[in-house]
Design a protein around this ligand. Structure first.
Ligand SMILES: Nc1nc2c(ncn2[C@@H]2O[C@H](COP(=O)(O)OP(=O)(O)OP(=O)(O)O)[C@@H](O)[C@H]2O)c(=O)[nH]1
Ligand SMILES: [Mg+2]
Length: 332
């Protein structure tokens, strides 16, 4: 069963309850619904992978079959280095005789892929009050949408008081887009005048959260490329301003990565995360790619945990990432 919102967040003391939208039975139903959709979305890749697994792990194992299995995984967007590491390990175990038979080998492959997709702390600690979450990433990768959906879930599943900060001050449309999300989620919204300094908006939002005793501040930022030095410097400044209010903040910096951009997006994210401190990945638009392997490769390749995945534009399409579930959906 899919990991739930309550497993994603580390909370302090008693969990305040939501407004009923998150009640257990309904949430269980929604969870299996999401898993069904995840499987459905990955159907083509799973079918292709299954027939390759049948043709390799269920047959005589030799150099050629291992290579063929590697190719199939790379085709599913599991990156080359992740694939090599996983298949090498499986081959070692098969040669040693610790795992044998197609079914056991398939199960072990699923397990190894899930293992490699786990790195570091993959939960989000919201016990500091207020917790500051900074959303960063390349243009159009899904930052604002993720901020909105995350606010909704914090509000309605966990009953938290949330403040959204419109620190993407470049475009008026960006501020309006976030404001619409704040209204939908029923959370507070802080913006500045057009063209305001993003740092000052972040500062105001944290001040508002402290004054109004809010639990979580989520800061939306403008999209940028790692090559835009001025914009990367601006992000560093936003961080410094935040730290002036709360030295440990931002407690969480999430980097959005668009799954449809595959290995390219992954490389972009790698360079991005080298110049900005990032604590986790939000992998968006998984509904837009038939290959899902990137979700399993990204943690290993970036050395950062995937915390959330986006599978569509609706509220319930943002989900906590569960590596075991994902590996099963991709392979079996
Ligand atoms: N299909 C699909 N679309 C998504 C997903 N996440 C975001 N989008 C869409 O992608 C587009 C860009 O999303 P935004 O949230 O505006 O992206 P952004 O990173 O804030 O963009 P900038 O602020 O311009 O850098 C919007 O049309 C979203 O609805 C997803 O998981 N699946
Ligand atoms: Mg945006």
């Amino acid at each position: 069963m899919a990991r739930d919102w309550n497993d994603l967040f580390i909370v302090d003391g008693a969990t305040p309850t939501g407004d009923g939208d998150g009640d257990a039975a309904e949430s269980g139903e929604r969870r299996s619904g999401v898993f069904r959709r995840l499987r459905e979305n990955l159907r083509k890749t799973r079918q292709a992978l299954s027939s390759e697994i049948q043709a390799t792990l269920f047959e005589d194992l030799n150099e050629e079959t291992w290579e063929r299995l590697e190719e199939a995984l790379i085709y599913a967007d599991v990156g080359a280095s992740t694939t090599a590491q996983v298949v090498e390990q499986l081959e070692r175990e098969a040669t040693a005789g610790t795992v044998s038979g197609g079914e056991a080998l398939t199960a072990r492959l699923t397990e190894l892929l899930a293992e490699i997709a786990k790195t570091g702390e993959d939960r989000i600690d919201i016990s500091p009050s207020p917790t500051v979450i900074l959303m960063v990433g390349v243009n159009g990768t899904g930052k604002t949408t993720t901020v909105g959906k995350l606010a909704w879930h914090l509000r309605h599943e966990l009953g938290r008081k949330v403040v959204l900060a419109a620190a993407d001050t470049f475009r008026a449309a960006a501020v309006e887009q976030l404001e619409v999300w704040a209204e939908r989620a029923g959370v507070a919204f802080v913006s500045g005048p057009a063209g305001a300094d993003p740092g000052s908006v972040a500062y105001d939002a944290i001040a508002t959260a402290r004054r109004e005793d809010a639990d979580v501040v989520i800061i939306d930022t403008a999209g940028r490329l790692h090559t835009q030095d001025d914009l990367m410097a601006e992000l560093a400044k936003v961080r410094r301003v935040i730290a002036k209010q709360i030295p440990e903040a931002p407690h969480e910096t999430l980097l959005t990565v668009d799954a449809t951009t595959g290995q390219n997006g992954l490389r972009q994210a790698q360079i991005f995360s080298e110049s900005v401190e990032v604590t986790g990945i939000v992998l968006t638009k998984l509904d837009g790619t038939a290959k899902g392997g990137i979700a399993l490769a990204i943690a290993h390749d970036l050395g950062l945990p995937v915390k959330l995945i986006g599978m569509g534009e609706k509220l319930e399409d943002l989900r906590p990432f569960d590596a075991d579930e994902f590996a099963r959906a991709l392979l079996t």
